[in-house]
Write a protein of this length. Structure first.
Length: 338
């Protein structure tokens, strides 16, 4: 049976069974992605490269999808490369680099394929929906190389870029999740910015000169952002770089503390902004952050994880963290007067 027919029939049966619109939308998203991946693999070989995805004409893709058999879509040979490839962003929209990379998205893919298998009477995929094995992205101290590339840079980086570089400085010393970052206080940093209270366990850490410079630059930018706020001092380390509007149109000024979701979005936006900047200034890209294979004559992309969670896991896999960083000689960093 053609996979396109099997998918259409499965989605129609969901509607007839009274499934919620959200479940129908999720199944359609997951199965359409699987179909697209199988078609791309048929044209270019598995797994498709980013250039393959971008260069395939819609007509050619539609024709290839119509040739995919449903048994192929559920075969171990396909799932072995497809599930990790999709979880790593193989079909992610560049405008939304974190979309489809979460554990929930991985579970949705497997659940949709299992439901499709049951619908057509084929064995269910023998796969778990756990987080795929992560290639170690952060190697050879590239975060430190990137921070050094911007140390003393003039003019001063934009607020978004300054915040990202400061986040990278903290994460290289203590890879933590967004909740721990959101709980940071400016008083966690010594006045000279050389010593940091680790957000994971409060242990004092000595920062590299480039990391200290990145945090010092961000504190200067941050002070300007919070200066116009009313209602008392803002102690949060991470604040919004730009004014925003709520769904009801309420204007929110820059300088407001970032919560967990705000931290995640700030990192993703910062990476996109940094990529644009380095694409315009490729001479500033540290060699350790260049992809292994870069076509001649092209501006290489910045090989930083697109999400904070992938950054955290990458840094941990490369041996970063408080247990690997030198402890500061003092017990507790000096409190900031900010």
């Amino acid at each position: 049976m053609r996979a396109t027919d099997a998918v259409d029939r499965h989605l129609a049966r969901l509607v007839d069974a009274g499934a919620s619109r959200s479940l129908h939308r999720q199944r359609r998203w997951a199965l359409r992605h699987a179909l697209t991946a199988a078609a791309l693999a048929a044209v270019h070989g598995p797994p498709p490269l980013p250039d393959d995805v971008a260069a395939t004409a819609p007509d050619a893709l539609d024709a290839a999808e119509r040739r995919v058999d449903v048994a192929e879509l559920l075969s171990p040979a396909f799932l072995d490369w497809y599930l990790p490839w999709a979880a790593d962003g193989g079909l992610t929209d560049p405008a939304r680099p974190t979309a489809g990379r979460s554990p929930a998205a991985a579970r949705a893919r497997v659940a949709a394929l299992r439901a499709l298998a049951a619908d057509v009477g084929l064995p269910p995929p023998d796969h778990t929906h756990g987080t795929p094995q992560l290639r170690t992205v952060i190697e050879r101290r590239p975060v430190e190389d990137l921070l050094r590339a911007f140390e003393g840079h003039r003019p001063r980086p934009t607020a978004t870029r300054a915040r990202l570089l400061a986040m990278l400085a903290v994460m290289a010393a203590d890879p933590v999740g967004p909740t721990a970052l959101a709980a940071m206080d400016v008083r966690d940093l010594a006045v000279d910015t050389r010593t940091l209270r680790a957000p994971s366990d409060g242990r004092p850490l000595t920062l590299s000169p480039a990391a200290a410079a990145a945090l010092g630059t961000w504190l200067g930018v941050r002070d300007e952002l919070v200066a116009s706020l009313e209602g008392g001092a803002v102690r949060a380390m991470w604040v919004s770089a730009h004014g925003l509007r709520d769904a009801d149109g309420t204007a929110r000024p820059p300088g407001l503390p970032l919560r967990t979701r705000g931290i995640e979005r700030a990192y993703a936006r910062g990476v996109r902004a940094l990529r644009r900047h380095l694409a315009a200034h490729p001479e500033r890209v540290p060699h350790s952050l260049l992809p292994e294979h870069t076509p001649p004559g092209t501006v290489p992309p910045l090989d930083l994880p697109p999400s904070l969670e992938l950054l955290r896991r990458s840094l941990l896999a490369a041996g970063h963290g408080p247990e690997h960083a030198p402890a500061a000689p003092t017990a507790t960093p000096s409190a900031q007067s900010r």
